[in-house]
Design a protein around this ligand. Structure first.
Ligand code: F6P
Length: 379
């Protein structure tokens, strides 16, 4: 019988973190289980820094709040942790044994790991050391393997769609090409879905290296029928045929975390399209707007379903799994299946080579839909 559980939120923030936390806490309380939250994701697990979560106190009134009440960390891989000594010397250490010790000493029967592929990889690796974990798939990029959808994604698409609606105004009024750069490192889900929702004319995604001439051609075709404006959505991870992703910054926070900050492809695309079409082009980078603030109703419900299912799985003692949605039904899959061994799918500079990232395939309904309604995909 489980008695005491803890949650950690890890990776970039998304709208819905708190809704998952709330659902786990409430379901735990309904079953007389104590619930705690590690502060700053895996960093809290390492430092043994946690708080008690209760629906009447620390976890009250959080359903609609953005961010995470227990914070999150984007650069803490306990298996390759960046340690800086007093002289500024940097070392990368495997500190996972300390995490195992903390969990065992404090008697946590299960750790819920809310995060994307690198978070779940660490969860899988901790499970191999005897820690009982249950993952919940998070990321605005929607690229976690084995699930139809991650929490946070729907809110990101909604924000991007609203941005496109607003950009339409300037595009039409000033006869311009308006380029919107959205997040999506290795997967173009946000770009593709918001392009369809926001009536875009071109969508460039990492899965289809683009030919800018083809995108320009589509815009020129519109000009021929009197449409002197166009809307273009670009994933931050999109890159030209034979070219590379646009990198803003690089850092070294150890293996298994994001060390490459992407950005700049939107500006490049805007400049090239301006030259090729003769229309003025402007770029807007949506950035962290997609990750913050109130979750959509869909994300609140999805996050609540995920949280309550995760706690149910703990009650059934089904550990070392990821809570997923498959064909609309809640389910779970072994973390081993989610992460795999050294699967190189979607590996990019600085990314987690071991990850099994779920990217857009050419057979996906979204791709077919986009093509059918004349959205140019840069090919
Ligand atoms: O992985 C989610 C994500 O939002 C990516 O789309 C983006 O590239 C990255 O996080 C940015 O993370 P950071 O918080 O490190 O800037």
């Amino acid at each position: 019988m489980i008695k005491k559980v803890a949650i950690l939120a890890n990776g970039g923030d998304v709208s819905g973190f708190n809704a998952v936390i709330r659902a786990i806490v409430k379901t735990a309380e309904s079953n007389n289980i104590e619930c705690y939250g590690f502060i700053d994701g895996y960093r809290g697990l390492l430092k043994n820094d946690y708080i008690k979560l209760s629906s009447s106190d620390t976890a009250s009134g959080i359903l609609q709040k953005g961010g995470s009440i227990i914070s999150s960390s984007t650069n803490a891989n306990v298996f390759n942790y960046k340690v800086v000594d007093e002289n500024g010397n940097v070392e990368y250490k495997d500190l996972s044994e300390q995490c195992v010790k903390n969990v065992k000493e404090d008697g946590f029967d299960c750790i819920f790991t809310l995060g994307g592929d690198s978070t779940q990889k660490s969860a899988r690796d901790l499970s191999l050391k005897g820690i009982k974990v249950i993952g919940v798939p998070k990321t605005i990029d929607n690229d976690v393997a084995c699930t139809d959808i991650t929490f946070g994604y729907n809110t990101a698409v909604s924000v991007a769609t609203e941005a496109l609606d607003r950009l339409h105004t300037t595009a039409e009024t000033h006869h311009r090409i308006m380029v919107l750069e959205v997040m999506g490192r290795e997967a173009g889900w946000i770009a593709l879905e918001s392009a369809i929702a926001g009536g875009a004319d071109v969508a460039l995604i990492p899965e289809i290296p683009y030919d800018i001439e083809k995108a320009a051609e589509a815009i020129k075709q519109r000009q021929k029928i009197g449409k002197n404006f166009s809307i273009v959505v670009v994933s931050e991870g999109a890159f030209p045929k034979g070219g590379n992703m646009s990198v803003l910054n690089e850092r070294n926070n150890g293996k298994g975390v994001i060390n490459v900050q992407l950005g700049g492809v939107g500006e490049k695309v805007a400049k090239q399209l301006e030259e090729l079409t003769g229309l003025t082009a402007r770029c807007t980078v949506l950035g962290y707007m997609q990750r913050g603030g109130t979750p959509t109703a869909y994300d609140r419900v999805l996050s609540t379903k995920y949280g309550s299912k995760a706690m149910e799985l703990a009650l059934e003692e089904k550990f070392n799994v990821l809570t997923v949605l498959k064909n609309g039904k809640l389910d779970c899959v072994p973390l081993e299946e989610v992460i795999g061994n050294n699967k190189e799918i979607g590996a990019v500079q600085g990314g987690t080579k071991e990850s099994n990232v779920r990217v857009v395939t050419m057979e996906d309904d979204l791709v077919k839909t986009a093509k059918n309604i004349g959205i140019n995909l840069g090919n």
